[in-house]
Design a protein around this ligand. Structure first.
Ligand SMILES: [Zn+2]
Length: 258
């Protein structure tokens, strides 16, 4: 175990020695809102993660979309925000990211637990497959001014983290200092409150899509956690606290500390 870890470390250091992100690209992408208030140390660690991520993953454009270096770095950067204080191993069991120019059509069959096959045909702006690729819409990625706040990259990669523990059910693998019971209670309660608000047509800081399922609730709230942490803490304080424990980050504090 220690041997593999050392080998892993050794590989990572070699990659970091050899590869770099052009300064003009890095300076541009770190303006993203989800990085607000990050310290020089956090940005330095994030940059290392981005290089390792890009080394390990393949990013392909669909429908002749040309993937530029800036696009690659922007995607990797937002994916790595989630694992800044976790580890790259959280994204271990898959390789490819597919980027469509705009929305895309999902058309597939799947069998449910009872063995019944369902046909799905949906228009989507992002999708994450269990042990498979992450699919993103570039148009959705650059559309950063929509309200309520959203971030399709954070959304899909939050699904990836969720899937590491018993499939996509809204509960990622929790750390030793966390309680599954507390997570479950806090999220179930917040989810019920939120679904009620949506039903009553209340304006919320959270996209109504979060009411689809506990898995979507976790993914959408992860977006708000990084994109609009002050609002999330204000409206869903207990959920904020659980997400801060899981991601081992406190983005609200980053923004408000100075
Ligand atoms: Zn989703």
């Amino acid at each position: 175990m220690i041997m593999t870890w050392r080998l892993n470390q050794w590989w990572r250091e070699r990659i970091l020695e050899r590869e770099e992100i052009p300064q003009h690209i890095w300076q541009k992408v770190i303006q993203l809102r989800c990085l607000s208030g990050m310290s020089a140390d956090e940005l330095r660690r994030l940059q290392a993660l981005v290089l390792l991520f890009l080394h390990a993953k393949v990013i392909n454009g669909a429908h002749d979309l040309k993937i530029t270096d800036e696009m690659r770095v922007a995607i990797a950067l937002q994916a790595c925000v989630l694992i800044l204080n976790l580890d790259l191993d959280y994204y271990d069991d898959w390789i490819e990211i597919i980027v469509y120019p705009g929305e895309f059509i999902l058309d597939y069959d799947y069998a449910d637990e009872a063995g019944v096959v369902h046909h799905v045909r949906n228009i989507a702006s992002g999708e994450a497959w269990l042990s498979g690729p992450v699919i993103l819409s570039w148009q959705e990625m650059v559309n950063t001014h929509a309200t309520p706040v959203h971030n399709v990259v954070i959304h899909e990669f939050a699904h990836k983290l969720d899937m590491l523990h018993e499939g996509a059910n809204g509960c990622p693998p929790l750390h030793a200092n966390m309680s599954v019971q507390t997570w479950h209670d806090v999220f179930s309660q917040a989810y019920a409150v939120f679904c009620n608000q949506v039903e009553e047509g209340v304006d919320t800081v959270v996209d109504t899509y979060a009411a689809e399922s506990p898995a979507e609730f976790f993914a959408v709230l992860s977006e708000v956690f990084f994109e609009s942490p002050v609002a999330l803490k204000q409206h869903f304080a207990a959920v904020y606290e659980q997400l801060a424990l899981f991601y081992r980050q406190d983005p609200e504090k980053r923004i408000t500390r100075d």
